[in-house]
Design a binder for this molecule. Structure first.
Ligand SMILES: [Zn+2]
Length: 340
């Protein structure tokens, strides 16, 4: 299978995030690239670099204001006396007015939902090439490829149109879906990351032209807490075009695969002709973020089940953090997908 990766994605090397009030090492490390790349190559993927498709396909989903912020905030932040090396917000205006702050501190609060998406000198470059990789993958499918794997890192599914969060800056899966939509396709996004794809849901929530489906650990007691509940079905024209399938903490392979069938019913009923899989591997039983209990052979079964839908499919990497088996889990998924 053809696979896409750009080496400039390594430029984002976040140091910290806050968990339960403690300052911990940020798990979204550039070393994930090596591990995931080796895992994909073990399943027969051949990597190529993307072309530069410019800002247009990114700005199709993200606001110009937000893109200016991502490109300029680190430099402006570093002019503040005593500021940290990384841009980390210390204020979060959950209930917003129409006004937009001019200060770097205010804008960081406006555009960063939490502390897990620190912005340093290389962040924009890495996020840009992560998104370009997803666009390239979408174009491969438009030109007749049946499947492709995109090693997008930093990941994207927690990023809204104007908001970073949860290690994500640009919504790679969503950008790929929009690209395919504009090429005349009818895309669905199936998010199998252990966390709800809240940014993706938010971007398409009032739209009927992209179906969004997410299986994830129940957000009652798990990130992202405020989104991902079963009652969130879309609004306006998008009502019924968003499906959340929250799973009890610790759900294993069999129950996961059963729930996946419900997702497939909706994907078929939507008339989907191209599928984007937001491929998180953090549903793994030993993932450091500990939400669900999918096993390494379980990923093989999930990959196989998705392939049997028979749709042209773009696999876009989302989460999945460093454990001894991260690469093996990707290999297992991709082998299951290709063997079916
Ligand atoms: Zn995740």
């Amino acid at each position: 299978m053809r696979a896409i990766l750009d080496d400039r994605q390594r430029a984002h090397d976040p140091k910290h995030f806050m968990a339960n009030g403690a300052r911990l090492a940020n798990p979204e490390q550039p070393r994930r690239i090596e591990v995931l790349k080796a895992g994909a190559e073990a399943a027969g993927c051949r990597f190529e670099a993307p072309q530069d498709h410019g800002l247009g396909p990114i700005a199709a989903l993200h606001s110009a204001e937000y893109l200016v912020f991502l490109q300029t905030i680190h430099e402006r932040w570093s002019r503040i006396e005593g500021a940290s090396d990384e841009v980390i917000p210390n204020i979060h205006p959950d209930r917003r007015t129409a006004s937009y702050p001019r200060s770097a501190v205010g804008q960081a609060g406006f555009h960063q939902a939490d502390t897990s998406c620190p912005i340093a000198a290389g962040t924009w470059q890495a996020a840009y090439w992560s998104a370009q990789s997803a666009i390239e993958g979408a174009d491969l499918l438009s030109s007749g490829e049946q499947a492709a794997y995109v090693l997008s890192r930093p990941p994207g599914h927690h990023a809204f149109a104007d908001l970073a969060g949860g290690f994500c800056f640009l919504n790679n899966s969503g950008i790929a879906a929009e690209r395919l939509l504009r090429a005349g396709k009818r895309p669905a996004i199936l998010d199998v990351d252990v966390h709800h794809g809240n940014g993706t849901q938010g971007i398409f929530y009032e739209r009927a032209d992209v179906l969004t489906v997410s299986l994830h650990a129940d957000p009652e007691r798990f990130y992202p807490f405020f989104w991902g509940h079963g009652a969130e079905r879309g609004e306006g024209a998008g009502r019924g075009c968003n499906l959340n399938l929250p799973l009890a903490r610790g759900t294993g392979d069999d129950d996961y695969l059963n729930t996946l069938r419900t997702a497939f019913e909706h994907i078929r009923a939507f008339g989907t002709d191209v599928l984007i899989v937001a491929l998180g591997l953090d549903a793994y039983e030993k993932d450091p973020l500990k939400g669900l209990a999918v096993t390494t052979p379980g990923f093989n079964r999930i990959g196989s089940a998705i392939a049997k839908l028979g749709l042209p499919t773009l696999l876009v990497q989302e989460g999945g953090y460093l454990s001894d088996e991260l690469g093996q889990n990707l290999t297992s998924f991709l082998r299951g997908f290709q063997d079916a």
